[in-house]
Design a protein around this ligand. Sequence first.
Ligand SMILES: [Zn+2]
Length: 77
Amino acid sequence: MHIYIKAPVLAKCPKCGKPVLPHVVCFNCGYYKGTEIIDVLKKLNRKERKKKEKEIAGKEEKETAKKPLSWEGLSKK
Ligand SMILES: [Zn+2]
């Protein structure tokens, strides 16, 4: 008996840009349809959390990367 498993069609997570299964919560950032379903940061330690936060925010940062650096922006860090 042969069972062929079709490769699932992946959608792109609108939040972090990772490939995710359609209609399934993104396991990378925990978002589904713009809502945080899973608190993915909760189970991470501080170091991992920072890395993950950067990863999730990375996509949004790229869109505003063209903006020139301002003192206002720098002082926030
Ligand atoms: Zn995601």
